[in-house]
Design a protein around this ligand. Structure first.
Ligand code: GLA
Length: 543
């Protein structure tokens, strides 16, 4: 058995051996290591070495962190010919990452990060506080990661390094000087029709639009007033060498499609963005506003929804009015009557200037979805801005979800009743090719539609609240008044309507717009309102 003397470290433990040895000198002296006589006076060495090992393990990622810094671009060609892009711009300091995750419509700023060798994790959020997280790894020269977004299935992205950021726009065109555009004379009552987004999103194509046109006619929707057939995002293709926008392969011939829609007695709507990209990442109208307006007019477009999206990369919110005015002007220059729908989620008090840029309607909130909760969140913001709506210029609390399956029939009745009391545009977002009787009875309720389309165009508002019961009122052109009673509770309730408090005399003639029955106002009456459901009445003006 041999033994040897080795150096020791500051704590007095031998550097070379994991304590196979024997101490032969003082704590500061030499150590003689032997083999085979473990453990010998080694307790404190083990503790120290464990600590060293743990420290080493903890510092390993720092020592071996891969190089993530740079611009990472993922490009995925879609079947319609469009290329979906996502970008990660990363700065790295040790095992920390900063930078942004970019989508065509805007950015997420990285707020937290973690690197473990070639693996990484990130958390990022928009200015509005929308959070996402990602985790993945550097695999050769590719960055492969999974993205987690609220209300989305996680998805995997593969990105490669790029020299430049495809979403960066240089030399941004300054917005025009502000002026007031005269009204275009359109949308005297809130626009009614159908829009592809809520149900079909990116899965809309020529064939489906034609089928919707047929179904709007055969279902009676057109004759009930739903005349605009609007294609939302994802129709866009590339621009040609002259900058003219073309459709992607889902829409082989937009002019022919518009002609078909017109042949059915309907009007034809389309969608774009003042930014370089739409919200779904397709080609926007930035720097091509006049050219696009001309193309739309040539196709026979009657309605444009213009969605802020990626304009946020180029312009401040305070530029919105001028940016929207630019397209308003371009539409005017075509001399074709085109309803102008502003979609910028109610930012910058759009209701105060939307009509001055030629807007006929403006979204007042972020997107609706097919839930009672989201629908009522939107409802709760509408009364305060009621006075800004009127013939030719409407508050738009977003498109209808009726018939899409996420709410109960009672909840959908509430949706329709409140949209009508708010003089909201009625843009159905369901599959009109196969509507249930319940859906038809809601969307095709002519008495409720008549309230929505009342020619005076005064938007109703929340007039009174009693516990979970809310009363929304709207004055109508012939002196009548519309009333919606909403039960916000999760259980059905019995209510006695306080007619007197709402200045409705006893004995006033009242029409129940859901039951299609006449009654007279009477304090003795009580009504059952289902959970999240509503009643809707039209009170006749005293003769
Ligand atoms: C935004 C709009 C929606 C829809 C999508 C399309 O989210 O608010 O209504 O147009 O863009 O990408």
């Amino acid at each position: 058995m041999g033994s040897f003397v080795t150096n020791h470290d500051e704590s007095g433990c031998p550097i070379l051996s994991p304590c196979f040895g024997e101490r032969v000198g003082s704590r500061t002296g030499d150590w003689r290591l032997t083999t085979g006589n473990w453990p010998l006076d080694t307790g404190h060495c083990i503790v120290i070495r464990m600590k060293l090992l743990i420290a080493l393990l903890l510092s390993a990622p720092m020592l071996f962190a891969a190089d993530f810094a740079g611009i990472w671009v993922s490009s995925v060609k879609q079947p319609d010919g469009h290329t979906d892009r996502e970008v990660l711009v990363l700065q790295q300091s040790g095992n920390q990452l900063t930078g942004k995750s970019e989508r065509p419509w805007g950015n997420f700023t990285i707020s937290e990060s973690k690197i473990d060798g070639s693996r990484f994790e990130l958390k990022a959020k928009t200015d509005d506080g929308y959070n996402i997280s990602m985790e993945g790894a550097l695999e050769g020269d590719k960055l492969r990661f999974t993205v987690h977004e609220p209300n989305h299935k996680p998805y995997v992205v593969t990105a490669v390094r790029a020299a430049t950021d495809p979403f960066t726009v240089k030399d941004v065109i300054p917005p025009p000087a502000i002026k007031d555009l005269a009204p275009n004379g359109l949308a005297k009552t809130p626009p009614m029709g159908w829009n592809s987004w809520n149900l079909f999103a990116g899965k809309i194509d020529d064939k489906t639009v034609r089928e919707m046109a047929d179904a709007l006619v055969s279902s009676g929707m057109r004759d009930a007033g739903y005349i605009y057939l609007n294609i939302d995002d994802t129709w866009e293709g590339d621009r040609d060498a002259n900058g003219v926008i073309h459709t992607n392969n889902k829409f082989p011939d937009m002019k022919a499609l518009a002609d078909y829609v017109h042949s059915k007695g309907l009007k034809f709507g389309i969608y774009s963005s003042p930014g370089p990209y739409t919200c779904a990442g397709y080609e926007g109208s930035y720097a091509h506003e006049a050219q696009d307006a001309k193309t739309y007019a040539e196709w026979g477009v009657d309605y444009l929804k213009y969605d802020w999206c990626s304009a946020s990369r180029l312009y401040k919110d305070s530029d919105m009015r001028a940016v929207y005015q630019k397209m308003g002007d371009a539409l005017r220059a075509t001399n074709r009557p085109i309803v102008y729908s502003l979609c910028q989620y109610g930012h910058e008090n759009v209701w105060a200037w939307g009509d001055k840029v030629g807007g006929n309607l403006w979204r007042t909130t972020g997107d609706i979805n097919d839930t009672y909760k989201r629908m009522m969140e939107i409802v709760d913001t509408q009364s305060a801005i009621a006075r800004f709506a009127g013939p030719g210029h409407w508050n738009d609390p977003d498109m209808l979800e009726i018939g899409n399956g996420g709410m109960t029939t009672d909840e959908y009745r509430t949706h329709m009743s409140l949209w009508a009391i708010f003089a909201a545009p009625l843009l159905a977002g369901n599959d009109v090719r196969g509507m249930t009787d319940d859906t038809k009875s809601i969307l095709l309720n002519k008495e409720v539609i008549a309230v929505d389309q009342d020619p005076m165009g005064a938007q109703g508002h929340l007039a009174q609240t009693a516990g979970d019961t809310q009363y929304y009122a709207r004055p109508l052109n012939n002196g009548d008044m519309a009333l919606v009673v909403v039960n916000r509770a999760n259980a059905s309730s019995t209510v006695k309507i306080p007619w007197g408090e709402m200045h409705i005399a006893q004995g006033t003639k009242v029409r129940d717009l859901w039951k299609h029955e006449d009654l007279t106002a009477n304090d003795g009456q009580s009504f059952t309102v289902p959970a999240h459901g509503s009643l809707m009445f039209r009170m006749k003006a005293p003769q």
